[in-house]
Design a protein around this ligand. Structure first.
Ligand SMILES: *Cc1c(COP(=O)(O)O)cnc(C)c1O
Length: 235
């Protein structure tokens, strides 16, 4: 796909078309997949073009970039997602401001979010990030550690745990990501079978610009797409 040409609005339509085709290829309802436009390093004016092109879900991975952008965009109809590594001391500023935190990568972080959500009198929606590639450089629960943490997570009543998120090891070939996406789906099924009353595993946040079509084929309910919408970042 040529991401260097075309307007942001045209690229949003293209990505939505590709999501639809991928869903139909495997017999899924296209409405079951929602697109998050990842606007890190993207100026607010370009983000506004995406919103004018129909984007309603926006993802940011750094709090200090996201907060001024939320204010500058000033759109009540846009829903914000936190998708980056989250330090515990920043939890207080994230809770309640972002609809879903996709990147909860440890029990300690989940507990801190639960504590801050309780203080704020709300339930914070989160996803649990899983490190399936065993990469030391990346955050996320190992599958076994996640299974072990499940009872403790189930007791955090100020959390609304909706599912799993993963970022596969980097590869230029989209197909290389398929086994990881499949494993995330299977892990969600296995965790569901544990029967934790307060943990729901219906959401799978997986797939980025180069592999979101494969992710949709493997069951993604959220795809997080930056470059294919906004063009190459200089980061
Ligand atoms: C940057 C980022 C994305 C989007 O990546 P692209 O390859 O630009 O689509 C998705 N998820 C996370 C967690 C990110 O940090």
């Amino acid at each position: 796909m040529d991401v260097a040409s075309g307007s942001v609005g045209a690229r949003v339509r293209l990505v939505l078309d590709e999501i639809r085709s991928a869903a139909l290829r495997v017999g899924r309802a296209p409405e079951a997949i929602r697109l998050i436009a990842v606007s890190k390093n993207v100026p607010v004016e370009r983000l506004r073009e995406a919103v004018d092109g129909g984007i309603r879900h926006v993802g940011e991975n750094r709090l200090q970039e996201a907060l001024p952008k939320i204010e500058a965009l000033d759109r009540d109809d846009v829903i914000w997602h936190f998708i980056g590594r989250l330090q515990r001391r920043k939890v207080k500023s994230v809770v309640g401001r972002f609809e879903t935190i996709h990147s909860v990568d440890s029990l300690a972080l989940a507990e801190e979010i639960g504590r801050r959500a309780q203080e704020a009198g709300l339930r914070q929606r989160i996803l649990l990030e899983v490190n399936l590639g065993g990469e030391a450089s990346k955050g996320g629960f190992e599958s076994g550690a996640l299974l072990a943490a499940l009872p403790a997570l189930n007791g955090l009543l100020s959390l609304d745990i909706r599912g799993l998120m993963t970022i596969p090891p980097p590869s230029t070939l989209a197909e290389d990501a398929r086994p990881y996406f499949r494993r995330l789906r299977e892990l969600a099924q296995m965790l569901t079978a544990q029967g934790c009353a307060n943990i729901n595993m219906q959401e799978l946040s997986m797939g980025m610009s180069h592999d979101y079509q494969v992710a949709v084929e493997e069951g993604a309910t959220w795809v997080r797409v930056g470059t294919a919408i906004f063009g190459a970042r200089h980061d």
